[in-house]
Design a protein around this ligand. Structure first.
Ligand SMILES: *[C@@H]1O[C@H](CO)[C@@H](O)[C@H](O)[C@H]1NC(C)=O
Ligand SMILES: *[C@@H]1O[C@H](CO)[C@@H](O)[C@H](O)[C@H]1NC(C)=O
Length: 342
């Protein structure tokens, strides 16, 4: 064997090893949404300690909260921070309001808090706030640039994946956005791709399951089917989560944007209060989700999918029923069911 062969074999081995080393472990990929819709929730300091004790390294917060920022200082927990929909109009129309927002909530804490993303609006597309999303994203982006933070903090928006956005998802190759959503998403996705930022998508196999339980069956939504459920050309789907995520990639391709990346900004399963909502279902869904996302999806194999589980605590001020019961912990910080985040 010549030297050059040995060198190239060594290079291949290094590449293979590199590929494995580059796959992050579950703990770095998994974040948890910290919703505030409860009047009995623990103090932010205790919540941050709970994240740390569970080895959770990422948090999604739906709106700024100075007590939480204070508690996060020095924790190294990476934060996805939301801009509430009620602020979109102002931030879209006023760059000085955007500068103020970034100075007050981000810059003032950025030496101690690991801001990673700003989610400008949640489920604002389609709808009467939708036209404010991109201009608000642009103003927040400029404000971050002025503060010298545009490279470390990515600006995006969170969208749902129900029928009003993702008109079709099965098979994933049929994926396409509704025209009401596409009107806004076309320019937003261009902006994201240009800035190397992901689109945030909320993915709920639970909703599909509730809508059509007999057709979807007991395994496909829970990541525990042992065989292919949907064959889509060369791609085999064993779980509904992957099908929804890949349908988003396809829908984006159909808008002329093959380079979109996504982060799953919400996914979860309720443990009570509705059809299919049991502790066992919620435990299996969330545990299998945690175990799965490092593998990517059939169309983006081994492209680890950063995912925020919805959510940390049950929230007693939300709509009665399943909406109150997505928490993995009770407000007293006891687990609703056992779960392993590692
Ligand atoms: C997508 O990325 C490829 C590879 O970097 C590039 O050649 C192509 O122009 C990009 N397409 C768009 C629409 O941005
Ligand atoms: C998959 O999980 C669901 C929810 O707990 C359960 O109903 C179903 O029987 C499981 N299937 C297998 C093959 O374990």
């Amino acid at each position: 064997m010549g030297n050059e062969n040995i060198v190239s074999i060594a290079a291949i081995i290094a590449l293979i090893l590199g590929a494995f080393v580059a796959i992050p472990t579950g703990a770095q990929l998994i974040g948890v949404c910290y919703g505030m819709g409860g009047n009995n929730l623990p103090r932010p300091r205790d919540v941050v300690n709970l994240y740390k004790s569970k080895n959770l390294k990422a948090m999604r917060l739906f709106e700024p909260n100075l007590d939480v920022f204070q508690a996060l200082k020095g924790s190294n927990i990476q934060l996805m921070l939301g801009v509430p929909n009620t602020d979109l109009k102002l931030l879209a129309s006023s760059s000085s309001a955007a500068n103020h927002w970034v100075r007050k909530y981000v810059k003032a804490y950025s030496s101690g808090v690991s801001f990673k993303y700003i989610a400008v609006g949640n489920k604002a597309i389609p709808g009467n706030q939708a036209r404010y999303v991109l201009p608000a994203m642009r103003n927040i982006y400029s404000a971050l640039s002025s503060a010298g933070l545009q490279n470390q903090i990515k600006v995006s928006t969170a969208v749902a994946t129900g029928r009003e956005i993702l008109k079709q998802y099965s098979p994933p190759s049929s994926g396409r956005f509704s025209s009401a959503a596409a009107t806004h998403l076309r320019a937003i996705i261009r902006f994201l791709v240009n800035n190397g930022a992901p689109l945030f998508i909320n993915v709920y196999p639970y909703r599909s399951y509730v809508g059509d339980p007999n057709h979807i069956g007991p395994n496909y939504p829970f990541f525990n089917s042992s065989r292919t459920v949907i064959q889509d050309g060369q791609y085999s789907y064993q779980n509904l989560f992957d099908a929804i995520v890949d349908a988003v990639y396809i829908a984006s391709e159909k808008l002329g944007e093959p380079n979109l990346t996504v982060v799953v900004s919400e996914s979860g399963w309720p443990s009570a209060g509705g059809f299919g909502a049991t502790k066992e279902h919620a435990r299996i869904y969330n545990q299998n989700l945690i175990n799965h996302v490092g593998q990517g999806t059939p169309r983006r194999l081994w492209k680890s999918l950063e995912t925020y589980i919805f959510e940390m605590f049950n929230e007693n001020q939300k709509l009665h029923g399943a909406e109150q019961n997505f928490g993995m912990f009770y407000p007293n910080m006891q687990p609703v069911y056992p779960i392993n985040f590692n």
